[in-house]
Design a protein around this ligand. Sequence first.
Ligand code: HEM
Length: 434
Amino acid sequence: MSVASSKADRRMTAIERAVDVLISSRGHAGPPRLERACALLRRQSPLHWVERPGVRPFWAVTRYADVGSIETRSREFAAGPRTYLASEMSEAVLQRVTGKPQLVRSLTEMDPPDHSAYRAITQGAFSPTALRDMEAWLSRWSADIIDRAAARGDACDFAADVALPFTFRVIGRMLGTPESDDARLARLAQAFVSAEDPRRRLAEAPGDTMRMAMLALRDYFEAVIADRRAAPREDLATRIAHARPHDQAMPHYELISYFILLVTAGHDTTALALAGGLEALLAAPDQFARLRAEPALLDSAIEEMLRWTSPVRHFMRTALCDTEVAGQPIREGEALALFFHSANRDETMFENAGTFRIDRSPNPHIAFGRGPHICMGLQLARMQMRALFAELLQRTKRIELAGRVRRVESPFMSGVSALPVRISFCAPRRSAIA
Ligand code: HEM
């Protein structure tokens, strides 16, 4: 073998190893390894054709410019039918159980004309104007959740005891589900999107976990739909239960899927951004001290937390025609996985991309995606992060890490699922939430 060809072989092997890190459920469990893998791919093979046993082939897209370009070229790249990476085996199980190629069919799986008709059902509730009414409640709820943490003493798991219940109540309140159901619904929603995580699964096999979570969520929301059809209320559940996209009743599968999308997308992402944001501040004490000294930097700190954590690892698109991306020909029918975390660490877009800087400006991160599928809850997520961090900064003197940080194991979600901290509280308790 010539020296040149053995060098090329070694390069290919390094790239293939990087792809393994990028796509495996545990890939995001070791951040330095992940950063190295993404950097190598962006540099040497930014559109990389991936062939792995048991997974249908696809392009791994890791550069900011390419992810953004594909997201906005929705006439050439469809959201369905392949929305996220799944093994051929789980795709086959799914087909047998649901008769469909996907676990759910909601906004993330839809293309025109369904996508806009279905998005219009709830989009108004997430507009800045509609959300303005929530601001005062969110601030009281932030105070209350910090009170609850303080009442337990100085030690807590910020991810499980604060971020998760905090974000779940927000979407639960909008949907109209009672707080007493939050813990159970959150558990089901998390098992559904991160079935590979041993701490989140409901059964040994990820496929069984997904099926169990899906059936339990279906039963729960069938009861909610029946209730709201009989007795409408001022909540999102009523809006969805009565919706008539294209002037027709919503099919049952899409109806249940709508609830499952909101209950999953609506809390775990923001909880991971909150916990990962606090972890980043703890790992950069100079940044934390500056934020305490200059609270006016909170908005830019939150954008940096979103860039830094990128809780949604990827979404997929499928080429609708023969086309190209950055000079790379893409054939009709080929699938592309868009890796948001890698795009948000792209050195050609972000100066010192590997450094967490609360004053980064501009910060055009792509954590919420882009184009017609851009996150519908992005303003809500920002509001929640602002409210909780404002309260945390005001009510605490010091926060320090007090145990092992754990990360979600999932090919789809990424971030901190356990963040044990010790908190010194300063201000007296406020009155409980109304
Ligand atoms: C930090 C928090 C969040 C992050 C990082 C995040 C991220 C994302 C991403 C990457 C997408 C796909 C975008 C694309 O394909 O271009 C998305 C879609 C979506 N998100 Fe979020 N999200 C967050 C919070 C929320 C919240 C609080 C809600 C509230 C319900 C929400 C609801 C949705 C919905 C409904 C979609 C589907 C939009 C569509 O396909 O038209 N998200 N989100």
